[in-house]
Design a binder for this molecule. Structure first.
Ligand code: EPZ
Length: 422
């Protein structure tokens, strides 16, 4: 397994291009199942999760080809051969469950493995099931698989979700596009990735309104046609790299970044003494003066502070002046980066869903282990600011969500290299 060697090397400067959003692409790709006509995505990120979703769609009989070095994904599900999403693929990537709604809508049946737990939590699918059952689906759990059917087709309904789940919102909205009648989804998730999905579905002929608010209304149509759609910028990659000049000092411009994608995160950085300014090319980030100050963080559904940036923000708080309390309210076990940061000299106490970080002058490089996608990049951020060398192992986690990390950080002066595993 490869690892990444980072050596603290002082302030950064330059530009980092931000790629298309992994979590938008992973819901846009299954949308191809809703139509017989081709769906093409541009500005797609080159990530292992995209390869996993490609393999899943191909296992269903869809044609999926990556063009222009993976930045364009051309798909067609004209003639599907299966409606079963196998455990082998779904266990690797929970987002595979996003074929459930589209398969049900198009074919009236789907068999999707439960994803199983992952490092950050149990991550059940009850909210997906409740929403699809509200549309008339009959779903039962058998041998670890959800067996779903809607023999007479799905019917529009009014449904309020108990929690604003991102994936459940995506599955229900995609299913409702081909249901008979109107669906009103209440307490819907508001993430930019959902807005991006709806914009793509609308290009395919779907009748949807309210995306980005807590109530989304969908008028079912008989069929959807093909489209070409540009994947929205990845706000989590954006936020991650905004933290690089914050933790190291210097000034970095994030190309393609837009404030509307990271408002609550940028406000937290501002409160911590880091300025974020919109330029015509993106966002420019630099410390206001000297040391960063501690701020408290609570993760919430969008537009609140993103849970996917909690680990990265903790790395910054490790060297901030004062004490920061980070409360993780979305996942039940998302502090596995904390003990690794403590190995680097951080002062962190974790009690349940709350981590208390008392800033230290400087972290010290050490061998550390990535445990999940966002934890892995928080260790790299810490290594950028630490004294000496940090070796982050198990970087396959990183490859799931960050393309060309070494090249992007080297480009702004970081001392970082990838070491091939044995
Ligand atoms: C999406 O996951 C993202 N993944 C996650 O990003 C992100 O952390 C999460 O949304 C929250 O923003 C993709 O978009 C592919 P949820 P999802 O359904 O849809 C519980 C990353 O790092 N829940 O909003 O699975 C669940 O256990 C990944 O890129 C239920 O209880 O998130 C969790 O505690 C990690 N029942 C909370 O809701 C359900 O049926 C949020 O889950 C569904 C979810």
């Amino acid at each position: 397994m490869d690892s990444i060697l980072v050596t603290g090397n002082g302030p950064l400067s330059g530009q980092i291009p931000i790629a298309g959003a992994k979590n938008a692409c992973l819901t846009l790709m299954p949308a191809t199942l809703l139509s017989e006509e081709p769906l093409t995505l541009t500005n797609a990120p080159r990530l292992s999760d995209i390869k996993t979703m490609t393999a899943l769609l191909q296992s269903l009989g869809a044609e999926v080809s990556a063009l222009q070095d993976g930045q364009v994904i051309a798909m067609s599900s004209h003639s599907l051969t299966s409606h079963v999403a196998d455990y082998d693929i779904v266990r690797k990537m929970r987002a595979s469950n996003l074929v459930l709604g589209p398969l049900l809508a198009r074919f009236g049946q789907a068999v999707v493995s439960l994803p199983g737990g992952c490092a950050i939590g149990a991550r059940p699918m009850d909210l997906h099931v409740e929403g699809l059952e509200a549309l008339g689906a009959e779903i039962e759990l058998k041998d670890g698989y959800l067996h779903a059917k809607a023999p007479g087709g799905l019917k529009g309904a009014v449904h309020e979700m108990r929690f604003a789940s991102v994936g459940a919102t995506e599955n229900i909205v995609m299913a409702a596009t081909l249901a008979k009648g109107t669906t009103v989804l209440k307490n819907a998730a508001r993430e930019p990735e959902i807005v991006d999905l709806v914009e793509c579905l609308r290009k395919m002929g779907a009748q949807i309104s309210g995306e980005g608010s807590s109530t989304i209304e969908i008028q079912g149509v008989d069929r959807l046609h093909g489209a070409t759609h540009q994947v929205v910028t990845d706000r989590i990659e954006l936020g991650t790299y905004m933290l690089a000049p914050a933790i190291c000092g210097g000034e970095v411009e994030l190309l393609g970044g837009r404030m509307r994608l990271v408002e609550s995160f940028a406000a937290k950085l501002d409160a911590a003494g880091v300025s974020v300014a919109e330029t015509d090319k993106g966002l420019k980030v630099t410390r206001k003066n000297g040391r960063v100050s501690s701020v408290d963080v609570v993760t919430e559904p969008f537009p609140g502070f993103p849970t996917d940036l909690q680990a990265q923000m903790m790395a910054l708080m490790c060297i901030a002046e004062g004490t920061s309390v980070l409360e993780e309210r979305i996942f039940e076990n998302r502090f596995m980066h904390a003990p690794e940061l403590v190995r680097m000299g951080a002062n962190i106490e974790v009690h349940g869903g709350t981590a208390t970080v008392t800033g230290v002058e400087r972290l010290k490089g050490a061998p550390v282990m990535a445990t999940d996608l966002r934890a892995s990049v928080s260790l790299i951020l810490a290594g950028l600011a630490a004294e000496g060398e940090t070796v982050v192992s198990r970087v396959y986690h990183l490859d799931r969500g960050y393309e060309h990390v070494v090249r992007k950080l080297e480009g702004v002066g970081a001392k970082i290299e990838r070491i091939k595993g044995q």
